[in-house]
Design a protein around this ligand. Structure first.
Ligand code: NAD
Ligand code: TYD
Length: 345
């Protein structure tokens, strides 16, 4: 089995690569990643030691390169994590989100059509459903909830989802989609809420909470997301959408306070800053379908997952300090030329 993992140098994609290499020692995994600011080759350093792993630096929008790679590797499955993923950046500059998240998805699926594939799996997000009101805790996103996006990021992801479903209906491409809630865990880029608060707290820097911090997100430990994707690509229905979430809703402010407590830092570090434009109030996933059809259930409770995550950031200071210093971009140049040289030998 040959699996293409696009965006595998990012947060969830890299966790998925490690999950799959461990669980399926016979599978070949090919990571295709452009290494944007969010992709970090050092994250994949251990994977590089595995003979069944290959890293290819490429843009999913680059049709010629992607087609050449399909021709060479003939993947059985493509799992597309590659995306611009940060809502705040999409508000500042939407264009690259449209390019990677929509056009990139189309290029990958065109390659799948041309060269044949057992499964194309699109990693989507619960943000395609928009948000829920805080005063209706009885409401959850199901797969039938209409798409109703708020940010350029979520709109680009919803557009990609529609395109994926259209390739199923029009061309019969064997696709599936998962829409997951907010993930947390190792290798999370320190611009997102949880890692940003951990690294700022460790530096005794202010902890910027948007608005009043009352927005609710439904947090899932990244390994549980990986196990859901594993089940869907092997046993999920073609043309199907699966919501993935662990019924773990938390207010932002409570997460930040918890991080302060775990790190023994004062809550006086918290500052309330201007709210995000169009800020979604609440996300909450109903994961009944994936549970009933595929038997998926999350394994990690938030209380344990957040401790593990904080410990990971304490044990892996070099990883995030290199990112914060911007040094990792140079590091990549060095690492990548070594990898390239190794592949050419
Ligand atoms: P990330 O930003 O950490 O990683 C994205 C990766 O994609 C990076 O390695 C980057 O270099 C790569 N990439 C970007 N543009 C590319 C291009 N044009 N060609 C090739 N590679 C490119 O993102 P993440 O948090 O790991 O999210 C992965 C996927 O999961 C995304 O599709 C995102 O929408 C989705 N998702 C994320 C969350 C979350 O909580 N992080 C929740 C649900 C869904
Ligand atoms: P984020 O991690 O960006 O994920 P998403 O917007 O995709 O859910 O943000 C999670 C929540 O935390 C969101 O409600 C915005 C909020 N937030 C802050 O309050 N301060 C911050 O510095 C960041 C990055 C996010």
């Amino acid at each position: 089995m040959i699996i293409f993992v696009t965006g595998g140098a990012g947060f969830i994609g890299s966790n998925f690569i490690y999950y799959m290499l461990k669980k399926y020692p016979d599978y070949r995994l090919v990571c295709v990643d452009k290494l944007t600011y969010a992709g970090n080759i050092s994250t994949l350093q251990k994977a590089m030691e595995n003979a069944n792993f290959r890293f290819v630096k490429a843009d999913i929008c680059d049709r010629d390169t992607i087609y050449a790679l399909f021709e060479e590797e003939k993947p059985d499955i493509v799992v597309n994590f590659a995306a611009e993923s940060h809502v705040d950046r999409s508000i500042e500059d939407p264009e690259v989100f449209l390019q990677t998240n929509i056009i990139g998805t189309a290029v990958l699926m065109d390659a799948c059509r041309k060269y044949g594939i057992k499964r194309y799996h699109q990693i989507s997000t619960d943000e395609v459903y928009g948000d829920l009101p805080l005063d209706r805790p009885d409401l959850f996103f199901t797969e039938m909830t209409p798409l109703h996006t708020s940010s350029p990021y979520s709109s680009s992801k919803a557009s990609a989802d529609l395109l994926v479903l259209s390739y199923y209906r029009t061309y019969g491409l064997p696709v599936s989609i998962s829409r997951c809630s907010n993930n947390y865990g190792p290798y999370h880029f320190p611009e997102k809420l949880i890692p940003l608060m951990i690294v700022n707290a460790l530096h005794d820097k202010p902890l910027p909470v948007y608005g009043e911090g009352l927005n609710v997100r439904d947090w899932l430990y990244v390994e549980d997301h990986c196990s859901a994707i594993d089940m869907i690509i092997h046993n999920g229905g073609v043309g199907e959408v699966y919501n993935v979430g662990g019924h773990n809703e938390m207010k932002n402010i409570d997460i930040v306070k918890l991080i302060c407590k775990e790190l023994d830092k004062p809550e006086s570090l918290i500052i309330y800053v201007a709210d995000r434009k169009g800020h979604d109030m609440r996300y909450a996933i109903d994961p009944t379908k994936i549970h009933k059809e595929l038997g998926w259930l999350p394994k990690t409770k938030f209380a344990d997952g957040i401790k593990k995550t904080i410990q990971w950031y304490l044990n892996n200071r070099e990883w995030w300090e290199t990112i914060l210093s911007g040094e990792y971009q140079n590091y990549y140049e060095k690492m990548y030329s070594q990898i390239h040289n190794r592949q050419c030998e």
